[in-house]
Design a protein around this ligand. Structure first.
Ligand code: F6R
Length: 608
């Protein structure tokens, strides 16, 4: 959960590194550092704190121009955030500097071995073993050295390594942690993610595990661990640099919420050809659908909540049994998977460690893997049998919003697609659903346009200590997502409950003034939901209800009703979640929380 950037060229490396790290801060932001080479000496500057703290430190120094450098923004795993634990790390003689993202699982034994040989450690990190191993194996050739180093490592890593003896070249490698190469003119780059270097180049190599990259200012070569040359295709990034920046909004989260009508449109509309759902290069078709008799949906956090909606829809529409699993549970619970099982892996980043491990576990058991992923070329996308991209664009705010709604969009498409292939809905019914799907972006716009209504609720309730979210069926699944959003960015404690379950214990917590969001968009469950609302109302709760336009019954009982545009019940979740995202956002901003980078959280959870 760290960000790496590296540069070699003719320009000053420092601004390239700092600007690159700024785009990677979402990957971790508890410390930052850089290493450059000047007059054949390594300059290392690093500090605990945000990138701005590093900049402040650099402002007080006069490093001079260096045309090579590596930078790092850290999210602590081994060793608390501190100046010493910040990257880059070096060997004892400070001739080799490394930045690393990932976890070296055998670092304790390596550390002991190195200490026995006289190596002294300056930090508590696992990364430092890489620098000392590099020292031990260094023979004047950086590629040889890196190959020998990684042959000793167990775990995950993306590594960038420079040496003062090599001011004209540097090396990098990855395994189970993301790393890309940017190809410029007279300059080349490495980075953990594309936005870090997009202002310099759109030509990218997406690295595979254990491909060793050698960069000079005039070229990039890639080889395997036996030094066999590897030829790679260049990936051209088509999205705009603007897309990865705030574009005038106060926070990435606000920008990303506002992008939902567009990205949901992109995700849906491009898959509907002549009124029919079409997934390009998808191996599940009319002939192969019969080979699937069970589906697992596996994911973490918000992606898991999208999976719960997926279960409901696939079971209702396509009548295929679905189990939804939290990835960290699935990987250790002996799931019954065989070649007739489809495993749908959902992940925004495509790098979540537990989700990736669950994918591998399912693969070992001969399951067929479909990944629903946002980040193109990510590990999960690469290792799956089939991939459907969510096309949400880069999501920078830690709290997922547009990635979640595009995941729901894919669930709508997929369940309808499966249902039609299996003959469970008629062509006419499928067409009706498709028409409804195409209308969602406009309805999302209409919800977004009423942000001020939610802002007012935020200013009324942002001081609450506990807020409950209740729903039945699909509304319960959205309640879980609304509750997660509120907790993670506004730090208000909240719980989501299946409304019928409340009276089995939790209703004891409802007292005068307790705020309860009551989601009541599902016609078939409305009467039951109404009873649950009355139960909490009778105990003094303040009710904020969410219902479809035209529902008059809630007006008298709820303190506030937020109406979403009329929509087919099965598709309502994508609209219902938006006021909940906004409510979390406004509570957090009014409280003065760091919305885009909530405490204790990082965007991409690449460790277990
Ligand atoms: C919550 C959030 C997380 C992620 C989870 C999975 O707002 O963003 O719960 O959904 O960490 O991440 P991905 O989707 O990248 O696998």
């Amino acid at each position: 959960m760290c960000g790496i950037v590296g540069y070699i060229g003719s320009n000053d490396a420092l601004p390239v590194l700092i600007n690159g790290l700024r785009k990677l801060e979402y990957r971790g932001y508890d410390s930052a550092g850089i290493a450059t080479i000047m007059n054949n000496e390594l300059n290392i500057v690093k500090t605990k704190g945000r990138l701005s703290d590093l900049e402040e430190k650099l402002n007080g120094m006069n490093l001079g121009k260096s045309t090579i450098g590596i930078g790092h923004t850290r999210w602590a795993t081994h060793g608390a955030p501190s100046d010493l634990n910040s990257h880059p790390h070096t060997n004892m003689s400070k001739t080799i500097a490394v930045v690393h993202n990932g976890i070296i699982e055998n670092y304790i034994e390596l550390k002991e071995e190195l200490q026995n040989k006289g190596y002294k450690f300056a930090s508590e990190t696992d990364t430092e073993v890489i620098a000392h191993l590099a020292d031990m194996y260094y023979n004047g050739d950086l590629i040889d050295t890196l190959i020998k180093v990684i042959s000793r490592l167990k775990g995950s890593y993306a590594i960038g390594m420079i040496s003062n003896e090599h001011p004209e070249d540097f090396v990098a490698v990855r395994k189970d942690s993301p790393l890309i190469v940017g190809l410029g003119t007279g300059e080349n780059f490495i980075a953990s993610d594309i936005p870090a270097i997009l202002e310099h180049t759109r030509k990218i190599y997406l690295l595979e595990d254990n491909e060793i990259v050698h960069l000079t200012k005039s070229g990039v070569t890639i080889c395997d661990i036996n030094k066999n040359k590897i030829t790679k295709e260049i990936f051209n990034v088509e999205w705009d640099v603007e897309a990865a920046e705030k574009g005038g909004y106060e926070h990435f989260m606000l920008k990303e919420m506002n992008e939902q009508p567009k990205v949901v449109h992109d995700t849906i509309a491009q898959r509907i050809i002549n009124g029919k759902i079409n997934f390009e290069n998808f191996s599940v078709n009319r002939d192969t659908i019969k080979d699937i008799n069970k589906i697992f949906i596996v994911a973490c956090g918000s992606a898991y909540h999208a999976g719960m909606v997926g279960k409901y829809l696939i079971e209702h529409l396509a009548e295929i049994p679905v189990e939804v699993d939290i990835a960290s549970e699935f990987r250790y619970r002996n799931p019954i998977v065989d070649e007739k099982t489809l495993i749908i892996i959902i992940s925004q980043s495509g790098e979540t460690a537990d989700t990736l491990a669950a994918l591998r576990e399912a693969k070992k058991r001969n399951g067929k893997i479909l990944a629903i992923v946002n980040v193109v070329g990510s590990s999960i996308a690469r290792e799956a049998d089939d991939v459907i991209y969510t096309w949400a664009g880069p999501e920078i705010a830690v709290a997922s919003t547009k990635a979640y709604t595009t995941q729901l969009s894919i669930m709508y498409l997929l369940s309808t697609y499966f249902a039609e292939l299996k003959g469970k809905i008629t062509t006419n019914e499928a067409k009706k659903l498709v028409d409804e799907l195409l209308d969602i972006p406009e309805k999302l716009k209409s919800v977004m346009s009423r942000a001020s209504e939610i802002k007012e609720l935020g200013s009324k309730y942002y001081k609450e200590r506990d807020i409950f979210f209740l729903g039945r069926g699909l509304d319960y699944m959205v309640a879980m997502e609304g509750s997660l959003k509120l907790k993670e960015i506004s730090y208000i404690h909240s719980e989501a409950y299946a409304a019928g379950e409340l009276k089995h214990g939790t209703i004891a917590l409802i007292e005068q003034g307790t705020v309860v969001f009551a989601l009541a968009t599902q016609e078939a469950l409305f009467e039951k939901m109404l009873s649950n609302i009355k139960e909490v109302k009778a105990r003094g709760a303040s009710i904020i209800a969410i219902a479809q336009e035209g529902n008059e019954q809630l007006k008298d009982i709820a303190d506030h009703v937020f109406y979403i545009p009329k929509i087919e019940d099965k598709l309502a979740s994508i609209l219902t979640v938006v006021p909940l995202q906004m409510f979390a956002y406004y509570c957090a901003t009014i409280k003065g929380c760091d919305v885009d980078k909530p405490r204790n959280l990082a965007k991409s959870v690449t460790v277990e």
